[in-house]
Design a protein around this ligand. Structure first.
Ligand SMILES: *Cc1c(COP(=O)(O)O)cnc(C)c1O
Length: 380
């Protein structure tokens, strides 16, 4: 096996799911988003573990991601969060995947395909209450739910929306989230009062799971907290300090590699493309077999640090497609073959979120950019 690997700490994942369970009401269902290959952790393994834990639903982005779960024997209901093309509709019907819908034309197409296959397809009505992405306007909720229930081969399995700012504790963000929540619950009430069963009502991403118990309804859809990170540091501190959340989440992914070569360099030698790093003395440079094609993005330079034998060193020079360099200077204890930690699963060095913070991005991006080329090793 190659030296660059992502260790996936299943024990930490189970801790996170149990912590979410304790935080929500016992009757509230959990839907785990395993889109983008389980935020980079491996969708199939995460789904298998979750299915054994009794998770109620999964969510993926694409029809193919849903098919992948079914091919692996996952029988739990699967939501499709993005909009598959019309050509992908047969996959939805064949594999019993549950799309989000809001347009009549799309509903017609789904019904036609389900009718041809002599099946029923479950759908969730998606409302855009202020995210500004996909969904029907709240004032159309009743007429579209009527349209759905009038179709021979479609079942209204749920009504949902998505928050734009639920992870921010700024006053205006909280007001906006409450505004979205009110629009959503009003629309759901209207559907119910007109004698239509809305099915499973759901809208909470991680931020709303942490802060807005009124938004939990029948099911929650926490993604990033399952994988061990909060969507926002300030909100996380707030919920921990106020004992709203009883314990911390544990990062699930650890990224490590091994030194494959140690090069001796002279003062004023340059390192890597563009010659952005010039050695200011005679020094030693360790070469790591990990680059941007593995998910170590070029913009992590010059802030990236790594840990070798308990010591911290700087990554230097541009990160290449398949390799990058670390200055180990005159530290003679460091040898070819030594293990290098890029990020780990606790606060003893740095997590994926620390790298994200130092490079002005979010843990989500660091995690799901770890590419297919990096083997996932499941531990615990
Ligand atoms: C990705 C996604 C989620 C999960 O978001 P987190 O911020 O990771 O909790 C929930 N709902 C929808 C519609 C999503 O696209």
């Amino acid at each position: 096996m190659r030296a660059t690997i992502a260790k996936i700490h299943i024990k930490n994942y189970i801790h996170n799911i149990n912590l979410i369970r304790k935080h929500i009401k016992p009757e509230t269902k959990i839907c785990v988003p395993v889109k983008a290959d389980g935020y980079g952790h491996g969708a199939i393994k995460i789904a298998q573990v979750s299915q054994d834990l009794g998770v109620d639903y999964f969510a993926v982005a694409t029809a193919d991601e849903g098919k992948e779960l079914r091919d692996a024997g996952i029988t739990v209901p699967v939501l499709i969060l993005s909009i598959p093309t019309l050509e992908e509709i047969p996959i939805l019907v064949k594999y019993d995947l549950e799309p989000l819908v809001f347009s009549k034309k799309y509903i017609d197409e789904l019904n036609d395909e389900a009718f041809r296959e002599r099946k029923n397809i479950k759908v969730h009505l998606k409302l855009d209450t202020g995210m500004g992405r996909i969904g029907a306007r709240p004032e159309e909720a009743l007429s579209i739910s009527r349209y759905i229930t009038s179709k021979s081969n479609i079942i209204l399995a749920g009504v949902c929306t998505h928050f734009a700012l639920s992870d921010s504790i700024e006053k205006t963000s909280i007001e906006y989230t409450k505004f979205q929540l009110k629009r959503f619950s009003d629309a759901v009430e209207e559907i119910k009062q007109n004698g239509i069963n809305p099915g499973i009502v759901h809208c909470s991403n991680s931020g709303a799971v942490l802060m807005y118990p009124d938004a939990h309804f029948d099911m929650v859809r926490p993604g990033i907290i399952c994988y061990g990170f909060a969507p926002d540091k300030k909100q996380y501190e707030y919920v921990l300090n106020n004992k709203i959340l009883k314990d911390k989440f544990k990062p699930v992914m650890e990224l490590e590699t091994k030194i494959v070569a140690i090069m001796e360099h002279k003062k004023s030698d340059s390192i890597s493309y563009g010659r952005t790093y010039i050695c200011n003395k005679d020094t030693r440079i360790a070469v790591l077999p990990a680059g941007y094609a593995d998910g170590l993005l070029r913009r992590y330079n010059p802030n990236l640090k790594v840990k070798i034998n308990g010591k911290i060193f700087n990554q230097v020079g541009r990160i290449c497609m398949d390799q990058c360099m670390v200055e180990i200077d005159n530290d003679a204890s460091i040898k070819t073959g030594d293990t290098v930690t890029i990020f780990n699963d606790d606060e003893s060095f740095q997590t994926a979120d620390d790298i994200a913070q130092s490079c002005n991005t979010i843990s989500y991006e660091v995690l799901c950019c770890i590419s297919k080329r990096v083997p996932r090793i499941y531990v615990d």
